[in-house]
Design a protein around this ligand. Structure first.
Ligand code: AMP
Length: 127
């Protein structure tokens, strides 16, 4: 099934400079900024600058340079926010929601970097 990218999604508009953001990191192929509705003391979103809907789209169609840049950007955000294991209160969680099952709100690939407190169970427990 082909991936369909909506260029009017809010992260595309942030990348075009149409909407402000609180940038933490800007690299040739990636942008990291603070989530507007933080769910934890640390809540940063890392996005590729290219038009990718979700992680499986990105992994299939992005160039090696984009994939390396994005992977390094996510790691750098973990370091910048001082949430890495071994760094005091260490630990973090990476989440990338996709589609209906993942309850994805914005259809542009993003990784949530969450930390700064103990985050509890990974997902709501399935009964
Ligand atoms: P998801 O449900 O994984 O698609 O998450 C989308 C995230 O984008 C949510 O955590 C929102 O709070 C966040 N968000 C939406 N609009 C903005 C914005 N303008 N700036 C920063 N974060 C945003």
């Amino acid at each position: 099934m082909p991936y369909v990218y909506d260029p009017m999604n809010i992260f595309a508009r942030i990348l075009r400079g149409e909407i402000p953001n609180k940038t933490l990191l800007d690299t040739p192929h990636s942008l990291a900024f603070h989530d507007i509705r933080p769910q934890a003391p640390v809540h940063v979103l890392v996005i590729p600058k290219g038009p990718y809907v979700n992680f499986d789209h990105f992994s299939a169609d992005a160039s090696d340079a984009e994939i390396v840049d994005f992977t390094r950007a996510v790691g750098e955000v973990c370091r910048l926010t001082a949430t890495c294991p071994g760094d005091g209160d260490g630990g973090y969680r990476l989440i990338s929601n996709a589609g209906d099952a993942g309850v994805q709100e914005v259809p542009h690939l993003h990784v949530h970097v969450l930390g700064g407190r103990v985050l509890g169970w990974m997902v709501q427990r399935f009964e």
